[in-house]
Write a protein that binds this ligand. Structure first.
Ligand SMILES: Cc1cc2nc3c(=O)[nH]c(=O)nc-3n(C[C@H](O)[C@H](O)[C@H](O)COP(=O)(O)O)c2cc1C
Length: 265
């Protein structure tokens, strides 16, 4: 599973194997034909109950792209991406339809609770949105268009709600930037490492990593760094300080907590 040399590859597996996040884009717009291909692949994604609990906003307005740079933890490449798609977990469409269809009335007549969206629905809708997003990523990759996720769009919920007119039961789960690569040689770039599969892939039951094995797990990721972030003593401390314990993670926690209020009882 870790080395491709022993694996029988096909065109699809090559696309999956060669994909890397792309953060530098040629300025030319995505052609109409290519955009149609990406969106077609996206819409064919599996979706829970075939209900499409997601929506996608194409962010075409340059002012909005510029603003996303700052609201998504200062990532300037967002402003330069020719195609920016915002993936939304969306229960609003169905609940508007339920109201329109008289579902509250039928529930009352039958003595049933009329249940509005809850956290479980948000998780399921987020699955739908991300599955569609990843289909778009792979469709794009297959036609030579690179992409990068921006998870930081979960931050600053108040601003993002206002920027995109998001109603209560719509949550921005991911932003995707797309563009043609700047350099023709992008396939020469080093692939990002992954943990050895046995740390992640189990049979029949969950398996925790032994403390003594953490070093092996992380070796391919970080090698033997001479210095760690912010004076940390080891990789664990360094990663925590840089990611989990950072200001952007704190903002994400705050923002998601605010957003979740609309989804609980
Ligand atoms: C949910 C999610 C959120 C991400 N958010 C960001 C982001 O905000 N900025 C960024 O530059 N990359 C982001 N990435 C890309 C990851 O950093 C990247 O996938 C990872 O480093 C592995 O590299 P690769 O995609 O080139 O294999 C995100 C990826 C995922 C799946």
């Amino acid at each position: 599973m870790s080395s491709t040399s022993a694996i029988l590859m096909n065109d699809t597996l090559h696309v999956l194997d060669n994909r890397r996040s792309l953060r530098g884009y040629d300025s030319r717009p995505i052609s109409k034909a290519h955009k149609e291909q990406i969106l077609h692949g996206m819409f064919r994604a599996p979706t829970a109950g075939n209900m499409m609990h997601y929506s996608v906003i194409e962010v075409a307005d340059q002012k909005k792209k510029d603003k996303l740079v700052t609201t998504c933890d200062n990532q300037p490449f967002i402003a330069k991406a020719p195609l920016v798609l915002l993936f939304l977990a969306d229960l609003q469409r169905w609940y508007n339809f339920f109201e329109y269809s008289g579902v509250p009335d039928v529930c009352r007549e039958r003595g049933l609770d009329y249940v509005t969206p809850r956290e479980s629905d948000l998780l399921l809708a987020s699955c739908d949105a991300l599955v569609a997003a990843q289909n778009a990523v792979i469709a794009a990759e297959s036609i030579g268009i690179g992409s990068c996720y921006i998870g930081d769009v979960m931050e600053n919920i108040e601003t993002h709600r206002e920027m995109f007119d998001l109603p209560r039961w719509v949550f921005p789960i991911a932003l995707l930037c797309f563009g043609y690569p700047l350099r023709e040689d992008r396939d020469d770039r080093e692939k990002t490492p992954r943990f050895p599969p046995h740390f992640v892939y189990f049979k029949d039951k969950y398996s925790s990593v032994d403390n003594k094995d953490f070093e092996t797990m992380l070796m391919s990721h970080y090698g033997q760094p001479n210095s760690f972030f912010d004076g940390a003593q080891n990789i664990g401390q360094g990663i925590y300080l840089r990611k989990t314990g950072s200001a952007f993670s704190a903002e994400m926690r705050r923002s998601v907590k605010v957003a979740l209020k609309g989804w609980s009882d």
